[in-house]
Design a protein around this ligand. Structure first.
Ligand SMILES: Cc1cc2nc3c(=O)[nH]c(=O)nc-3n(C[C@H](O)[C@H](O)[C@H](O)COP(=O)(O)OP(=O)(O)OC[C@H]3O[C@@H](n4cnc5c(N)ncnc54)[C@H](O)[C@@H]3O)c2cc1C
Length: 446
């Protein structure tokens, strides 16, 4: 094994640095000896881009790692808080091990760029053209490592891009979807307001026609990806007197005068996601930015959330899977009363329950995804999958903390993060209570 255990992602200005030659030597050694390469990355978002821009004729670190692909096994270990470059390097690696990074993609969304454009975004619009089943696997795997990034990818795809693909005009699709699918731009979905949460029909934002424009005033809160979003679907009233039928979706683009990105929410979990408020003050948005027709807002929201739920359910499974893996590992390592704690039956039973819950949730997620891929109704299946997966994710992460004892309650082990990350899956894209209402309706209507 060859380890490059230094600041691999050197700053743009240090390409001529002796470390660069050392890196090249170690990479050559790994290639010649066919040895696995472990890169310990202290990455910063802009560095790869800086290097590429400033020194277009010099192979940069990113190129170096891309070239290794398929030649020797590459493991990247991403350290520190700004794992932007580390993340993109990981895309080319066989395995990426990432420690929690608070600024992981606010610094730059490279891993996101690689993963975006999945879920049913057609290839002709720049998407990967994948089906829901593959999408679930992607979201589960990303969330197993970093739930905040999983949240970014699922919200972007399911509710940020998908509604444009389904309800957009040809012109709107051509304009917005390709850069979103390539990950050059990030999408956000903004229904929630201080007085409108579970009851989306209560939105107070307004979008009033003014010549060729809509004059938009809105106070949106808890917008996932809000801090970095380029296109924001703003649910607002085009006809304040029309009740539920007066809600429409206006696509507001970052930088439009009057649009202000608020402070990031100081969240309990999924902390690397820049969830923020977004305010629009007399913001003039061209009439061509109306998605679908006036009054279609709630329908667009329902279609998006139907799909989105499957992604959140997959995220919940990913977090629970990570907690299970950590618990198994710890139970084998930790000795009490002269034996590994795994040998105590109470711990074994807990691990058995955890594994069973995770597997059951995964099957439900896959079932919902398959029904969707087969063009069958999937509202009931996706609501059940979201409800069950999010509930068991809290349960399984709680058990993982228990298996770790006091250490599970400290930041020395990742399970406390999984515990925090899992909790929110019971809240966003519809709380558990709202999902039970949806399921009950389905059950009663047959
Ligand atoms: C990290 C994070 C990211 C988010 N991302 C987004 C996003 O990208 N876009 C967006 O628009 N929103 C987003 N949200 C908001 C989220 O969707 C809402 O928090 C959620 O829908 C609940 O709304 P609320 O917080 O206003 O709670 P409320 O609706 O006020 O609910 C409070 C409690 O009352 C219960 N309740 C409400 N109505 C009923 C009822 N009829 N029957 C029984 N119980 C009921 C709820 O289940 C809950 O337990 C995000 C939230 C978080 C925490």
């Amino acid at each position: 094994m060859v380890v490059i255990a230094e600041d691999f992602t050197v700053k743009g200005g240090s390409i001529g640095h002796p470390n660069a030659a050392k890196r090249a030597r170690l990479v050559r050694l790994a290639l010649e000896q066919k040895l696995p390469l472990v890169l310990m990355l202290d990455g910063a978002g802009e560095r790869a881009t800086n290097q590429a821009e400033r020194y277009p004729n010099t192979p940069n670190d990113l190129q170096l790692v891309a070239d290794l692909q398929g030649q020797v096994p590459v493991v990247t270990l991403v350290l520190g808080t700004s794992a932007g470059h580390g993340a993109i390097t990981g895309v080319f690696a066989d395995l990426i091990i990432m420690l929690e990074g608070a600024a992981m993609f606010t610094a730059g969304p490279p891993l996101v760029q690689a993963a975006l454009g999945v879920e049913t975004t057609p290839e002709e619009l720049g998407g990967a053209g994948m089906d829901s089943m593959s999408y679930c696997v992607v979201i589960e795997e990303i969330s197993r490592v970093c739930a905040g990034l999983g949240l970014c990818v699922t919200v972007h795809n399911s509710v940020g891009v998908y509604p444009i693909v389904v309800f957009g005009t040809e012109e709107q699709k051509k304009k917005w979807v390709p850069p979103l699918a390539r990950g050059e731009k990030i999408g956000a979905f903004c229904i929630t307001e201080p007085n409108a949460g579970s009851d989306a029909s209560g939105v107070e934002a307004t979008a009033i026609r003014d010549g060729d424009y809509y004059l938009v005033n809105a106070n949106k809160v808890f917008a996932t990806n809000g801090g970095v979003a380029d296109t924001c679907l703003i649910f607002s009233r085009t006809d304040p007197s029309a009740g539920r039928k007066g809600v429409s979706v206006i696509v507001a683009e970052r930088g439009t005068p009057g649009m202000v990105i608020g402070d990031l929410e100081d969240l309990c979990g999924v902390r690397c996601n820049p969830v923020s408020s977004i305010r629009l003050y007399d913001c003039r948005v061209p009439e061509g930015n109306l998605l679908g027709k006036e009054g279609m807002g709630l329908r667009i929201g329902l279609v998006a959330l139907d799909a989105g739920r499957i992604g959140i359910a997959a995220q919940a499974v990913g977090i629970a899977q990570a907690a299970l893996e950590e618990a198994v590992k710890y139970a084998k390592e930790r000795h009490q009363f002269g034996v590994p704690i795994a040998r105590h039956q109470a711990i074994g039973m807990m691990l058995a329950d955890m594994a069973t819950l995770v597997e059951a949730a995964r099957v439900m997620v896959y079932r919902a995804a398959i029904q969707r891929d087969q063009g069958k109704p999937f509202t009931q299946a996706s609501a059940m999958a979201k409800l069950y997966a999010s509930e068991i994710s809290s349960k399984v992460t709680d058990m993982a903390v228990q298996v770790h004892g006091g250490y599970g309650y400290s930041k020395s082990y990742p399970v406390e993060r999984y515990y925090r990350d899992a909790r929110v899956t019971r809240i966003y894209e519809g709380t558990s209570e709202i999902h039970k209402m949806v399921i009950a309706r389905g059950v009663l209507e047959g």
